[in-house]
Write a protein that binds this ligand. Structure first.
Ligand code: AR6
Length: 183
């Protein structure tokens, strides 16, 4: 009698969504913040998240900063989402664009993968990203969209079922729609 072994093939896929809007309004498991290394807040999406989420987010960031001196570029930390509809905020620090020869691409990729890993450590199913580094940090939007979409598509999901790219401006929105459609 031949012996058969049973092979179970599990296909893990992540649903990718591209929307245009304000990330602070999303009721995801986690929304990602494009923070700076101090974690003490700033402008852009960072300012919007702290403003809408309230003092509890800054207090949590202060505790992390006191413990580990902030957050390095490409790394990520997690806090309460305060008054926001999301459960958590994952703060990551994108690279400042200095022309492309300073590891900007790998650091930006690390932001996405480290945020995904942290979301999975908390067993989250849905995470929403802004277009990290494409504002004040001046990362070229087309390159950043390519890196972001590739990072998510190449990530082997565990608990994550859905990733939302939240674009604030029309240019990023069109770039992300095109990138996702081309994959
Ligand atoms: N929802 C979604 N996206 C937003 C929102 C929002 N409410 N507001 C802005 N964006 P930026 P960076 C978009 O500048 O380039 C801060 O001062 C914005 O249009 O927020 O990573 C930090 O403290 C752009 O596409 O982040 C750091 O010092 C994207 O979010 C520095 O800025 C990122 O733009 C980080 O710069």
């Amino acid at each position: 009698m031949p012996k058969f072994s049973t092979n179970k093939i599990v296909i893990l896929t992540v649903q990718i969504e591209v929307i245009k809007g304000d990330i602070t309004t999303l009721a995801a498991g986690a929304i990602v913040n494009a923070a700076n290394t101090s974690l003490m807040g700033g402008g852009g999406v960072d300012g919007a998240i702290h403003h809408a989420g309230g003092q509890a987010i800054l207090e949590a960031c202060k505790k992390i900063a006191a413990k580990q001196g902030g957050c390095a570029t490409g790394e990520a930390v997690i806090t309460t989402a305060g008054k926001l509809p999301a459960k958590y905020v994952i703060h990551t620090v994108g690279p400042v664009w200095h022309g492309g020869g300073h590891d900007e691409a790998i650091l930006l990729k690390n932001c996405y993968t480290n945020a995904l890993k942290l979301a999975e450590l908390h067993a989250l199913k849905h995470i929403a990203f802004p277009n990290i580094s494409t504002g004040i940090y001046r990362f070229p939007k087309g390159k950043a969209a390519e890196i972001a979409v590739d990072a998510v598509m190449n990530y082997k999901p565990g608990t994550i079922e859905k990733v939302t790219f939240v674009c604030f401006d029309e240019e990023n929105y069109q770039l992300y729609l095109a990138k996702v459609a081309s994959k």
